[in-house]
Ligand binder design. Structure first.
Ligand code: ARG
Length: 290
C-alpha cells in the first residue's frame, strides 16, 4: 500500500464569495449564492486536509474579489520558487499581487510573471515535468516562462471545451504531484498517475496525453461535468466531489482512498476542491537556511 505524503496548502476563506460577473459557463449572476453555505463547505474542506495530516495556511480574503477563494489560481510554487499569476480577466487582476505579497511576506522567492497565467489552474506538477493548460486562460508564452523559472520541462496541453477552461477542471495528477518525487520509482516501478477527461482536449493534446500516460484513468462525462476531476491528491487520499461516483469507484480500484467533500456552492463560481487549494512545494529561503 502506498502512503500519502504530508502537504502544505494555502487557502482563502470565501467570506466575500458571490457570483457578480460571468467569466466561465458555470457562472450565472441570476442564481443566488449562499455565502454562509460556501463558508461552511470550505471549512469542511480545510478540516479534511487537517485530519489527513496536511498543513493549511490561509490568506486574508479581500472584499470585491469574490473569486479569491479559488486559491489554486493565485500562484504556482515549485521548489519554493513562486511564479505569480497574471489573470486573463480584469475582474480577477488584483488577486495576483495579493497572493504574491503573501508569499513575499512569508519569505518565499517570488517571480512576477510577464505572461498571462492562472496559477495551478493551468500548471500541474507531474513527476519532473509540469503539465500546462492553454486555450482559455493561460498563454503558451507563460509555459515557456515557467519552464525557464523552474528549469523543468513544461508540456503544453490545449483545452477546447469552455466548461473545462482550466487544466485542473479536466485533469488530476494522482501521484507525483509533490514536486519532489520523480517517478517512476526504480524499486517499485510505480509512476506518475493521472486521470483526465479526453474530450476536454484538442486531438493533438490527447495524443500527447495518451503517449505520456498510457495507463491513465479516462474519466466519464458524468464525473467530468460535476468537476469530479477538480480533486486534490496526496498520493493516496483523493479529496473530491462525492457526486463523481464512477471516478471514486475507479480510484478505489486503483488503490486510492477517495474522500468526498461537498463543495456544491463553490461550483456556482466554476470551481471545486482543487480550485480552492494552492499547494506550496518546497520551502522558503528562510526555512532552508534555518
Ligand atoms: N470563477 C473562477 C474563474 O472563472 C473560477 C476559478 C476556478 N479555479 C480553478 N482552479 N479552476 O476564474
Amino acid at each position: 500500500m502506498l502512503e500519502g505524503s504530508a502537504r502544505h496548502y494555502l487557502m482563502c476563506r470565501p467570506t466575500y464569495f458571490t457570483v457578480s460577473y460571468e467569466i466561465n459557463p458555470w457562472m450565472d449572476r441570476s442564481r443566488p449564492v449562499d455565502t454562509a453555505l460556501a463558508v461552511s463547505q470550505w471549512e469542511r474542506l480545510r478540516d479534511t486536509y487537517l485530519e489527513l495530516g496536511h498543513t493549511v495556511e490561509t490568506i486574508e480574503p479581500e472584499p470585491g474579489l469574490p473569486d479569491m477563494v479559488y486559491a489554486a489560481n493565485g500562484a504556482t510554487v515549485v521548489d519554493g520558487l513562486v511564479y505569480s499569476a497574471l489573470f486573463r480577466h480584469a475582474e480577477r487582476a488584483a488577486e495576483g499581487p495579493a497572493y504574491l505579497k503573501w508569499f513575499a511576506d512569508h519569505g518565499y522567492v517570488t517571480h512576477q510573471a510577464d505572461h498571462v497565467n492562472e496559477g495551478e489552474g493551468d500548471l500541474l506538477v507531474a513527476g519532473d515535468v509540469v503539465l500546462a493548460g492553454t486555450g482559455f486562460r493561460t498563454e503558451r508564452t507563460a509555459h515557456t516562462e515557467a519552464s525557464t523559472l523552474w528549469g523543468r520541462e513544461v508540456v503544453s496541453l490545449e483545452l477546447v471545451d469552455p466548461r473545462f477552461y482550466h487544466l485542473d477542471t479536466a485533469l488530476v495528477v494522482l501521484r507525483g504531484n509533490d514536486g519532489r518525487t520523480f517517478l517512476p520509482d526504480a524499486a517499485t516501478g510505480i509512476g506518475v498517475d493521472v486521470a483526465y477527461y479526453p474530450p476536454a482536449f484538442s486531438p493533438e493534446s490527447r495524443e500527447v496525453l495518451a503517449e505520456r500516460f498510457p495507463d491513465a484513468h479516462l474519466a466519464h462525462e458524468e464525473d467530468a461535468v460535476v468537476l469530479g476531476l477538480n480533486a486534490v491528491s496526496d498520493g493516496v487520499h483523493v479529496v473530491m466531489n462525492p457526486r463523481a461516483t464512477h471516478l471514486a469507484d475507479a480510484l478505489s480500484e486503483r488503490g486510492y482512498a477517495p474522500v468526498g467533500v461537498d463543495t456544491s456552492e463553490l461550483l456556482l463560481g466554476g470551481g471545486g476542491a482543487k480550485c480552492c487549494t494552492l499547494e506550496i512545494r518546497g520551502t522558503t529561503s528562510r526555512q532552508a537556511v534555518a
